[in-house]
Design a protein. Structure first.
Ligand SMILES: Cc1cc2nc3c(=O)[nH]c(=O)nc-3n(C[C@H](O)[C@H](O)[C@H](O)COP(=O)(O)O)c2cc1C
Length: 139
C-alpha cells in the first residue's frame, strides 16, 4: 500500500482546511495517509513516503511561510527528485505568484506532479475543496 504524507503550515486555518480535505481524498481511495504540520516533518522523512502533498499559504511578499515551512521544505528539496507530489495553499490579494514560483522550484528539484496545484482565495469554497479531495485521491 502506498504511504502518503500531507504536510502543511497554516496561520489562520484556511490551508489547514485544505490539508484535511486532501487527507480525506487520500483515505477515500484506501491509502495509508498521514497529516503532519511543517514542524513534524523534515527532509529525512521524504524517503518514507511514496507521495507527499505540501500545503502553505502565500506569505511575506508571495513567498512560503519563512519560520517553519520554508526551512522544512528546503530541507526536503534534495530528496524530491522523482517523488510524486502535490501543492496546495490559500492566498489573499495575490494572483498566485507564490504558487507559480513554488512549482518552478519543485520542477527544478525533479519532483513529479500527481495533480494540478490547488489555490484557494482565503477560505476554500466547495470547488477548491473538491480539487483538494481529487488531489488526495491522485497522490
Ligand atoms: C504576513 C502575511 C503575509 C501575506 N502575504 C500574502 C501575499 O504575499 N500574497 C497573498 O496573496 N496573500 C498574502 N497573505 C494572505 C494569506 O495568504 C491568506 O490570508 C491566507 O488565506 C492565509 O492562509 P492560512 O489561513 O492557511 O494561514 C498574507 C498574509 C499574512 C498574514
Amino acid at each position: 500500500m502506498s504511504r502518503i504524507a500531507i504536510v502543511y503550515w497554516s496561520g489562520t486555518g484556511n490551508t489547514e482546511a485544505m490539508a484535511s480535505t486532501v487527507l480525506q481524498g487520500a483515505l477515500d481511495t484506501g491509502k495509508d495517509a498521514v497529516l503532519l504540520t511543517a514542524d513534524q516533518f523534515s527532509g529525512a522523512q521524504v524517503p518514507d513516503y511514496d507521495a507527499i502533498a505540501f500545503g502553505c499559504p502565500a506569505m511575506g511578499q508571495e513567498i512560503l511561510e519563512e519560520d517553519e515551512f520554508e526551512p522544512m521544505f528546503s530541507d526536503c528539496e534534495s530528496r524530491l527528485s522523482g517523488k510524486r507530489i502535490g501543492l496546495f495553499g490559500s492566498c489573499g490579494w495575490g494572483d498566485g505568484q507564490w504558487m507559480r514560483d513554488w512549482e518552478t522550484r519543485c520542477l527544478s528539484d525533479g519532483a513529479v506532479f500527481a495533480a494540478e496545484s490547488v489555490i484557494a482565495h482565503d477560505a476554500p469554497g466547495s470547488e477548491e475543496l473538491a480539487a483538494c479531495r481529487a488531489l488526495g485521491a491522485a497522490l
